[in-house]
Design a protein around this ligand. Structure first.
Ligand code: SF4
Length: 223
């Protein structure tokens, strides 16, 4: 299967990075690397600021996302917007939101491992070009994928993890939390956990910003 991005370094210039991101998106919208292409209405590449310090990564598009071509536009998205505003004082246009798979799995089933692997290079390329300081993974699929673990979200959340270095050498920190759909189903306890995780992500962002060239959050340290 052809690679989605070549090995050229991420452009340091913001305008060049924006052009590369737009080109990546155009190619992703035509993607047929896995069987999910067959049932989709359209590819849901992602939305938000492609130069954001904060990125959210969910699981995959649902029916409404598939229809609109945007991630997190249903009830889960409304909850994410509300908690971002209440706990982080942020609107979604200040972050970038993407999913592990960019096409809707039929009947909202879980994405399969080969579909996640096929789609992974798009997500990796997005992370490279956006260069976020903090990634919040929403639920099991994105948390397991990016942390390369089989551990579940209930055990993973509550901590900050080093993910990898940005092109400028500063670290990307990862904050796992529940998927908003699980919070909608689960009520009070996961809601409180997700709120605490978003506060943790905000604090991590603040630490990264004040450290300038290096965030200093303890890997794996619970808040
Ligand atoms: S889910 Fe990802 S890899 Fe599969 S067709 Fe859609 S964009 Fe391509």
């Amino acid at each position: 299967m052809a690679p989605v991005a070549d090995d050229s370094p991420v452009p340091a210039d913001r305008a060049e990075r924006a052009a590369a991101f737009a080109e990546l998106r155009d190619r992703a919208l035509e993607c047929r690397r896995c069987r999910l292409a067959e049932g989709r209405t359209q590819v849901v590449f992602g939305s938000g600021d492609p130069d954001a310090d904060l990125m959210f990564v969910g699981e995959g598009p649902g029916a409404e996302e598939d229809r609109q071509g945007l991630p997190f536009v249903g009830r889960s998205g409304q909850l994410l917007d509300r908690l971002m505003a209440e706990e982080m004082d942020l609107t979604r246009d200040r972050a970038y939101i993407a999913n592990v798979v960019k096409c809707r799995p039929p009947d909202n089933r879980d994405p399969k491992p080969d579909e996640i692997e096929a789609c992974r290079p798009w997500l990796e390329a997005q992370v490279d070009l956006i260069g976020p300081k903090v990634i919040v993974t929403l639920g099991n699929f994105s948390s397991r994928l990016l942390l390369d673990t089989r551990e579940g979200i209930t055990r993973l959340r509550g901590s900050v993890y080093p993910y990898r270095d940005r092109p400028d050498g500063t670290p990307v920190q990862l904050v796992p939390t529940f998927h908003p759909a699980a919070v909608l189903r689960g009520g009070g306890e996961p809601m409180a956990g997700m709120r605490a995780d978003l506060v943790r992500a905000k604090q991590t962002l603040g630490t990264a910003a004040s450290a300038g060239t290096g965030a200093s959050v303890d890997a794996g340290g619970s808040a």
